[in-house]
Design a protein around this ligand. Structure first.
Ligand code: FAD
Length: 446
């Protein structure tokens, strides 16, 4: 059904770009992906260190990531076996702890809260009341409110705020509760807790994040006559008439190769990378202004390698800590078979931003020791900070649509319009939306 001259270029091989490419290739629409880096995956990618496949950031998926999970099942031969899945559980060490039993929603949440530990009955009742009100309002709330303001209106107790709401907000939105949008938070609660019980499941990849989706996606695309290039940074996007010309520098090449011509382009970049490439035409100024207004939050991942076996037995493969610097510890030995390895996540901005890497690794080491007793010395540590890991999910943030004002130019990425904050799911959904838009425009043209 595609016109003979149809050729779609996708700039960026992160989850959004690869989702768009898989969706188009499946329809036999000719597609070429250009990724600047050596590895596919973007902000969810493998980094090699000391013969280990680590990730640039430890990621959690939820059962409500329907499109991400659907595409993983489509392209990854392991399907969902590539992921460790557990029913909703929240384990704050020496704080609030709950595990949802295997019951239909919302009974799983109600029963989980009734059996929860570390928080008073009054606080649990207040939480249930708030969840009921939220459900009745279809997870809509005043879009001007921050999460902190919204929790106060619903009289949420101090301990539940400290042990559940604040860490959940930072984990889900990567934005501190006093800055974060209550409406975006309400959407995440609705998607994960308001539907089926399996939507609130937690999933963690057993493989690295490039091997989970982007790399098998590349194989799928190639099997469906598409092309995927790494080491191909697009330097300039030129529009001539109805067509696009992509200018790039190949690695180690002295002179610029001839530009490649395409009928459609999906720009699947991180928001901070987009404006440099968008053509400076008046019709795109509105989009450029929206992106310019974004603010960003960091995420730091700290890997601590001990001699195997792991010298500390975490109560849960993913254990939360109330006092910083680390918010969550991941037992990579249980989750990914990486013997003796602990991963720690520090989300959003904070005092840790000013620490040198070695000092930060040491302070996470000390934090673990303060809970579980003396630890042996480290074999090595690795600290990865993504300074612009996600946009700040603040109230009333306006996000650009996937369809732009320029014909045949589309935007995919976690920052484009979505009720979700910056997540793998918003990235994947945006890529699918671009592919559907192109498919529909091709059907209309015939
Ligand atoms: C440390 C960290 C932890 C996170 N934790 C979670 C989590 O637990 N759960 C969750 O759901 N989400 C999490 N996220 C967010 C999630 O990773 C992102 O929302 C998602 O990966 C964004 O995908 P994307 O395709 O929109 O953008 P990106 O992944 O940024 O993809 C853009 C791609 O474009 C490439 N590129 C840039 N410029 C060019 C150019 N000129 N030419 C060609 N290619 C170019 C880049 O190299 C990159 O590969 C986390 C993010 C980080 C950084």
């Amino acid at each position: 059904m595609n016109a003979p001259s149809t050729r779609v270029a996708i700039i960026g091989g992160g989850y959004a770009g690869m989702a768009a490419a898989v969706s188009l290739a499946k329809e036999r629409i000719p597609v070429t992906v250009f990724e600047a880096g050596p590895v596919l995956g973007g902000r969810a990618r493998r980094i090699e260190f000391q013969d280990q496949a680590l990730d640039n950031g430890l990621h959690i998926l939820i059962g409500a990531y329907h499109e991400t999970l659907r595409l993983i099942r489509l392209v990854n031969p392991l399907g969902e076996k590539a992921l460790w899945r557990t029913p909703l559980q929240w384990h704050m060490h020496e704080g609030f702890q709950m595990r949802a039993p295997n019951l239909p929603a919302p009974m799983h949440l109600i029963a989980g809260l009734c059996l929860a530990q570390g928080v008073s009955v009054t606080e649990r009742l207040k939480m249930l009341l708030m969840m009921r009100k939220l459900h009745q309002s279809r997870y809509q709330c005043d879009s001007a409110l921050s999460v902190t303001q919204w929790l106060k209106i619903h009289q949420q107790g101090e301990q539940l705020t400290r042990d559940l709401w604040n860490p959940l907000c930072v984990a889900a939105l990567n934005t501190p509760a006093d800055k974060a949008s209550a409406q975006t938070f309400a959407h995440v609660l609705g998607a994960s807790l308001g539907q089926t019980a399996s939507d609130s499941d937690l999933l963690i990849s057993k493989t690295d994040l490039s091997a989970l989706f982007p790399e098998p996606a590349a194989q799928f695309i190639q099997q469906h006559s598409g092309q995927v290039f790494t080491h191909h940074r697009i330097e300039r996007l030129e529009c001539r008439g109805q067509d696009f010309f992509l200018h790039f520098k190949e690695k180690n090449d002295q002179k610029d190769p001839a530009p490649h011509q395409f009928s459609h382009v999906i720009c699947a970049l991180a928001p901070q990378q987009v404006n440099r490439l968008l053509p400076e035409v008046p019709s795109l100024q509105g989009t450029r202004d929206l992106i310019e207004a974004f603010d960003y939050q960091p995420i730091t991942s700290v890997y601590l390698q001990f001699t195997a076996p792991l010298p500390v037995r975490l109560p849960c493969p993913m254990t939360g800590l109330v006092q910083g610097p680390a918010h969550w510890l991941f037992d990579r030995q249980t989750l990914c078979g990486q013997k003796g390895l602990i991963g720690a996540v520090i989300s959003a901005e904070g005092a840790h931003d000013h620490l040198a890497q070695a000092a930060l690794a040491q302070s996470v080491h000390d934090q673990i020791q303060s809970h579980w007793g003396p630890l042996p010395p480290l074999l090595w540590h690795k600290v990865v900070t993504e300074k612009r890991a996600t946009f700040s999910a603040v109230p009333k943030l306006q996000r650009p649509t996937q369809k732009t004002e320029w014909p045949h130019l589309w935007l995919a990425g976690d920052y484009t319009q979505s009720p979700y904050p910056a997540t793998l799911e918003s990235a994947v959904q945006s890529g699918i939306a671009c592919a559907q838009g192109i498919r529909q425009s091709l059907s209309r043209a015939l």
